[in-house]
Design a binder for this molecule. Sequence first.
Ligand code: ADP
Length: 653
Amino acid sequence: MQSVTFLTSYLTAAMLTFGFLLMSYDRYITQHELAEEQIIQSEARLNEAQKLAKIGSWEFDLQTNELTWSKEQYHIFEMEETPADKLYELCRTKIHPDDIPQMDEAIRIGREKGEGVIYEHRVICKDGSIKHLLGKGEVFKSTDGKRNMLRGTVQDVTERKLAEESLHIITQRLKQATEGAKIGVWDFDVVNNVLIWEESMFSLYGIKREDFTGEYNAWESVIHPDDVDAANEEVLAAIRGESEFDTGFRVIWPDQSVHYIKARATVLRDKTGKATRMVGINWDITDSKKAEESVIKSEKSLNDAQKLAKVGNWELNLNTMEQTWSREHYRIFELEETPADELYEAYRSKIHPGDVETLDKIVSDGINKGGSFVFEHRVVCNDGSIKFVIGKGETHMDSDGKNKIMRGTVQDVTEQKKAAETNSKYAILQSKSKEMEQFAYIASHDLREPLLTIKNYAELFEEEYTGKLDEDATEYLKRISRASSRMDELIKGLLDYSRLSKVKELQQVDCNKIMSEVLADLNLQLQNSEAKIEVKPLPVLSAYPLEMKQLFQNLLSNAIKFRKKETIPQICISAETLKGVWTFQFSDNGIGIEEADKEKIFSLFQQVHNRNEYAGSGIGLAYCKKIVELHHGNIWVESVPEKGSSFYFTILT
Ligand code: ADP
């Protein structure tokens, strides 16, 4: 039963090839039955019917060996009419020698046992070809009742025989092919929900025949849950005749491993068009799926790596000028995906006009000489900005030796270039500021000496000539003395400022302690001004202690100094941390600073209030800025004139 079903499965699998053969066989049987009926009904139509059905009839006298044939029988045997007493011997000469014993045996059974016979034998035709005949006979008594007769029919079944043989061969070939290619054949009886699997289906699904229940659900239950709905829909759509069954899905083996299956099927329908069967094939595509996945994965990691490194790759066919780029290449050049034959021109149009000539030379050298190149050039971005790019490439012949191919990489080096520029600017600045510091140091150091001489002599002059000089001369001397004192202060400040970068090691600094020391040092100022100081808890951090003290002192003394008249100074000092950065705040309710002066005050010698009212050197905040920068921080001020100022600075810990 199984083998019959599979024979049919193979038939359907090879349906287009064998369909016509099967149909002709069915027609044959029908014609056979019709012919037999006609024999009974009408003698006159006998010959015609026999001819149509290729069935001959015969009568054989088992005593005398006399044989009589119908016309069609002669036709089948390709023999002339022959007298009854000669026909038996003559026809034996036409039968294939290998089949004679079988014939004789059939006659013996009829003669001795009186039983009917069915036999097959071959006839050798005039042209040497072979005909296959199927004979059937029954024993009956002659009209005088004396003799046993054998009467029957012979049917030419050559076509069917040949069809069967070739069907067998093709079925075998198909079986071998499907087994070799690991293709599983299945047959689903849609009406009765019977699913039959041929052997290789079981290895595709990793299950044993005995565990397979043979209905639709047995297949559905092993499909990956994410694919089952789509697979069911494909089956239904094929049954409804909406689409071909040509699909793929994952199956889960009993060991939980996942396998990718490809499936195709044909739906067979009855005369009314109703689907009756689906016959199909499955094969495993896990390896190619995995290969595909790993290609996608490695493409993705290559793409990610290129993105990180800002490196793209490209290929240019120098014969056709067709070009292909990796995704990162497109990103670097800020271009949309472009067809290969238009890409080179698009690329050329993005190159800075000053670099196009070099590009053209590289390409013509590639065409004429080959070799490799490095092309550092500029790219004009969509917003008009410039990118710096290094292209590297080499010329090869492609695998079939027909085309010259240039292949290479492109790297966006804009950031490196800018960093290098900044570094060199920074280096220049650093050396300049070093020079400045040295100059300031030497100048202030050397200037102090003659200044002190002026100051000392002015004081001496004043002392020695007191009462001997008129009022004006005395006043002039006083001014010289005051000016030289102020200049001394300025020079001292400058000297401190220029020494500041020569700092030592960072230490753990308790800012609360430093603040207490500063408050003690400024005690006199605090008392005079009656200032109210609020100090919130301050951090302990890694810093330069002396410089931190100087910083606090400058800010606090400024807050006291630049107070409003008739107003008690209110000063608040606090600090807070965010992501490892401490921000300090020194707020006062003093005279405030104009918006336009906020930047200025951090430069050397900048005093934005009346110097006669508020004494100072204009060095303090420049000094503060330098200290904060030594701690890799920033300093800035927020202020409202006549309301007060808040000085902020950050210290990285
Ligand atoms: P100075 O020796 O004049 O204090 P600084 O460098 O410390 O020099 O300050 C520069 C200028 O910034 C001051 O002259 C003053 O005009 C302004 N300034 C500094 N601190 C304050 C403050 N707390 N309130 C208002 N103005 C201030």
